[in-house]
Unconditional design. Sequence first.
Length: 164
Amino acid sequence: MTRVLRQFRLVFNAVKSHFQQVERQAGISGAQVWALSMLRDAPGIGVTELAQRMDIHQSTASNLVRSLAHAGLVRIERNAPDRRTVQLHLQPRALQVLQKAPGPFAGVLPEALARLDPALLARLEADLAALLALLQTDAHDARTPLAVMSVPSDPLVDNANDSH
């Protein structure tokens, strides 16, 4: 048990260290950098599609967009007949922020998981499901970005959880 616990600590530390480095170099949180990279790759998408692409709660995506717009990194356009529908576009300074940020933008854990052999990944999923059942976790929390969880001082943690 102790060896496995240490392995979890190493995983968590790698995630936390990566996002701390992102924040130091880019000046914004890892979740914000990831959102910017998504908007760079799909200009004009809305908040709902951003949430789907990042596999996060819509409220978390809304909070990310709001903070990025407030920082002058994202422009929100309401061009559709339905004024509730928005299109999101990067401001020029956002590209400069992305150039400063170390990758991978989604984080080191998704990058590492993507490189695992599919059979190993399936086995890991099944084993983690057994652990999660013992922990009696709330599946709702599965859609909170690691970048938000790894930096406890990030105000998105409180904002994202307020609406759940």
